[in-house]
Design a protein around this ligand. Structure first.
Ligand code: PMP
Length: 428
């Protein structure tokens, strides 16, 4: 039995219908934007391995720092103890987060970062003696796969088996083009109709990733956040995907004038090397948990909280973000995406092309519903994989979200392959 067959026999893969799944390529090595399988075939990782990788695979600086840390301290319980790397990471991240962010809470991944944010929000109010049980979220949001994170995500294919168990959320439209006014009005009436019930408003700032890279403008988000502030509703920016340079600035929230109360971070946090989540908050939030009364403590913690290896990877990644070359790459990719966008946006196969920084999304016309299960998805996935490019369309939305070190020639090859795919789509 070869490795791929063994995998098929033993392993249950995420987001995969195992009955019809093709044999998975066995990836044995990575460098920069490239991955290689056991047969030596190369792949351009145009989706940054589920949006996590920012500086390229097996980055020597990150590898060096993690391996040194591995020989020094691999892990220590984070209740009752701390360690130097967690402290340094908190300090450097808070500098980048700016605004009024003052505290860093560590967890394991994007979904746990969101769970923590939700639990902090509900308990913030309870600790002040007020029970608020509702969250406002965008109708097509995606915030993760645990129950709290699913609850605040749009109801659809990913949640349908679990809908009876999800807590009730007030969904509003995101302020995408054409819905700016209705989004604001829906938020306003949600808050005004239930003035004592709304604990917080959670959102993916500027780009709603899993729902198809839906984008909206910073000034529209500013209006929503400002209204929440005015009405004393907490605001949670889920920057799990948009953080760490994706949208052209360090955080998507940096495009906005308003500051959220809470940030959720993961994915690019460790440069995409290790699993780690962070929920940061401002003083107002933190202070509500300070008390002689033990019941006001935040009772949440994971075994691997603030894992030193994850912190080492995140600090090494921060070093790379301190280098001008990383930001030159972000600008270079953004500029090249913009040129390609112009070339294709008027093609009849295209419904809309959207771009924010290093994220380019191409929504195709189609006769089917724009759902995750759209058949263009499978056709496109195989088409690009055969050409050695990893692109995982979200339904009828093909998107590029590459590591920032991607070479121009590889970007050009991706653009060319997308153009070829678009030509083939005419006949689908
Ligand atoms: N929030 C957002 C905006 C995400 O895009 C994701 C993952 N794609 C998550 C949360 C969940 O992160 P994780 O997969 O690490 O649990």
């Amino acid at each position: 039995m070869n490795l791929a067959e063994k995998d098929k026999k033993l392993i249950w893969h995420p987001y995969t219908q195992m009955k019809t799944a093709e044999i998975h390529p066995v990836i044995v090595r990575g460098a920069g934007e490239m991955l290689w399988d056991e047969n030596g075939k190369s792949y351009i990782d145009a989706v940054s391995s589920w949006w996590v990788n920012v500086h390229g695979h097996a980055h020597p600086h990150i590898a060096e720092k993690v391996s040194t840390q591995l020989r020094t301290l691999e892990h220590v319980i984070f209740a009752g103890f701390t360690h130097p790397l967690a402290i340094e990471l908190a300090e450097r991240l808070l500098q980048r987060l700016g605004g009024e962010q003052e505290k860093i809470f560590f967890s394991d991944n994007g979904s746990t970062a969101v769970e923590v944010a939700l639990k902090m929000s509900f308990q913030y109010w309870l600790n002040k003696g007020i029970q608020k049980t509702k969250i406002i979220a965008f109708r097509e949001a995606y915030h993760g796969d645990t129950f709290g994170a699913m609850s605040v995500s749009g109801r659809g294919a990913f949640t349908q088996s679990f809908n009876p168990f999800l807590f009730e959320v007030v969904f509003i439209d995101a302020p995408i083009k054409g819905k700016e006014e209705s989004s604001f009005n829906q938020l306003k009436s949600a808050i005004e109709n239930r003035p004592s019930e709304i604990a917080a408003f959670i959102f993916e700032p500027l780009v709603q990733g899993a729902s198809g890279m839906l984008m909206y403008q910073a000034n529209e988000l500013d209006k929503l956040i400002a209204f929440c502030k005015q009405k004393d509703v907490l605001t949670i920016a889920d920057e799990v995907m948009t953080g760490f340079g994706r949208t052209g600035k360090f955080f998507a929230s940096n495009h906005c004038a308003q500051h959220p109360d809470i940030y959720c971070l993961s994915k690019g946090l460790t440069g995409g090397t290790m699993a780690m989540g962070i929920t940061s908050c401002n003083r107002k939030l933190f202070d509500a948990f300070l008390s002689e009364d033990q019941s006001k403590t935040f009772f949440h913690g994971h075994s691997f909280t603030a894992n030193p290896l994850g912190c080492a990877a995140a600090l090494a990644s921060m070093d790379l973000f301190d280098q001008a070359s990383t930001w030159e790459n972000v600008s270079r990719i953004s500029a090249r995406h913009a040129v390609f966008l112009k070339q294709i946006e008027l093609l009849p196969q295209i419904k809309e092309v959207r771009q924010m920084g290093t994220i380019l999304a191409i929504e195709l016309q189609n006769n089917e519903q724009s759902s995750y299960f759209n058949t263009i998805r499978d056709t496109a996935y195989s088409f690009f994989l055969k050409r050695g490019i990893i692109l995982r369309p979200l339904g009828n939305v093909i998107y590029i979200l590459p590591p920032y070190c991607i070479k121009d020639e590889n970007l050009d090859y991706i653009y060319l392959s997308i153009s070829e795919f678009l030509q083939s789509v005419v006949s689908i």
